[in-house]
Write a protein that binds this ligand. Structure first.
Ligand SMILES: [Zn+2]
Length: 414
């Protein structure tokens, strides 16, 4: 039996309907925007950005005549930016994913996971069952003492539960284990954590050789490694081992910054998350030692960011936050980090926007499909009423958030 063209047409329609993100994407003309495209280019006034099939189809200086079946939104000169990228977050639930999206974040790199909740949230978003940013996840944090939750998922390493996960072979094996759980990126510990009272962030963790084992294994599947590193020696080890990014980098020295510039290693400082930890009314209020230590770390971290920026190292904005309620780090937004980059890092407004958009896409390795406003890229966009160049508070109030061409936040009166 041969099928009529009409029947074939219906089959094609059904196939497309099975992809929820495409099905709900709208064709939209965003008329009269002031475009800040994320690449570092100067703002362009009175631009029309056309969205078709979830992608950016055209960027025009002149307003187009209204097209059939296309929603036309006149933005009256409001600011249009690429959707923000949070390059270091700890999103582990659909509720947190929704909050991130509502704050203008359309892509997030999730560095670590508890019981594969981030992986599950990523997959729910990916399948279109819950709204959220696109999530790129490391389903664990590989370090000598990875904690109980790690061992309940990766039980094959259980013999190290009271000791240390050590040695190049085992770190390579752990990297393969994370990839078997669906890793998009691998996080390793190059120095101890700062957010706990019983760890010492000045102490290095994995050795250069161990980190290199992770980098080598990850590269076989085309994945990058992100290294948590506060300590000088830890950051140096990680950079030499070939990681994609240094997370935090509080005590990174000039020599290692120069090496980062040479290799193209990114710095993801997460300055803003320090504030609630150092705040007498924040979540370490009961722990004066942790509070004082955090306050003592802020100066060196800010100095490292200023130096990195002056030397031309690529710096990326990120929250290190959970977007969860009842958690002080859950209140941190990319807006806070953008303000810190301007205030303490020596960033111009345009540079700080690139740090939160295009640089985020580059550290993840997805700049060919998102992170800037260019024809052919995914329509991940955010619109602000206020001027985000003169006032970083404008980032707290997105008027319109579009993810893959789908309007996910729409303020009234548009
Ligand atoms: Zn983190």
């Amino acid at each position: 039996m041969t099928r009529s063209f009409r029947e074939i047409g219906m089959l094609v329609a059904l196939v497309f309907a099975a992809q929820p993100q495409l099905a709900s994407a709208q064709d939209i003309d965003l008329v009269d925007v002031t475009l800040v495209d994320g690449t570092g280019a100067a703002p362009r006034p009175h631009v029309t950005v056309s969205v078709r099939g979830g992608k950016i189809a055209a960027i025009d200086e002149r307003a187009q005549s209204p097209a059939n079946g296309v929603r036309r939104i006149d933005l009256g000169g409001r600011y249009l930016l690429p959707g923000l990228i949070d390059a270091h977050a700890h999103i582990e639930s659909p509720a947190a994913a929704l909050r991130a999206l509502q704050s203008g974040v359309t892509t997030a790199r999730v560095l670590g996971d508890t019981h594969l909740q981030a992986i599950g949230t990523r997959d729910l978003v990916r399948a279109g069952h819950v709204p959220g940013p696109e999530l790129l996840v490391s389903p664990g944090h590989i370090r000598p003492k990875p904690g109980l939750a790690f061992f309940t998922v990766y039980t094959q390493f259980g013999d190290a539960i009271d000791g240390e996960l050590r040695g190049e072979d085992r770190i390579g094996e752990a990297t393969r284990a994370l990839m078997a759980r669906g890793a998009d990126v691998i996080k390793v510990g190059a120095s101890e954590r700062a957010g706990l009272a019983n760890t010492d962030p000045r102490k290095p963790e994995l050795t250069e050789g161990e980190i290199r084992a992770a980098v080598t294994e990850a590269a076989r599947k085309g994945l990058y490694v992100a290294a948590h590193a506060h300590a000088r020696e830890g950051a140096t080890n990680a950079v030499r081992a070939g990681v994609r990014s240094i997370e935090h980098g509080t005590w990174v020295d000039d020599e290692t910054l120069a090496e980062m510039k040479r290799r193209g290693t990114f710095l993801v400082p997460t300055m803003a998350v320090m504030s609630p930890l150092g705040d007498p009314q924040g979540n370490s209020a009961d722990d004066v030692a942790l509070q004082l230590r955090t306050q003592a770390m802020m100066g060196p971290l800010r100095a490292a960011v200023r130096k990195a920026h002056a030397m031309g190292v690529s710096v990326v904005a990120a929250t290190d936050g959970s977007y969860a309620d009842q958690d002080d780090t859950g209140r941190i937004r990319i807006a806070h980090e953008i303000a810190m980059l301007r205030e303490h890092g020596g960033f111009t407004p345009i540079e700080s926007i690139s740090a939160a958009t295009q640089n985020g896409a580059r550290v993840i390795g997805i700049e060919s499909r998102t992170g800037s406003v260019r024809v052919g890229l995914e329509a991940d966009l955010v619109v602000y009423d206020g001027d985000p160049l003169t006032d970083s508070k404008a980032f707290f109030e997105p008027r319109l958030v579009i993810s893959n061409g789908e309007i996910v936040v729409e303020g009234t009166g548009l």
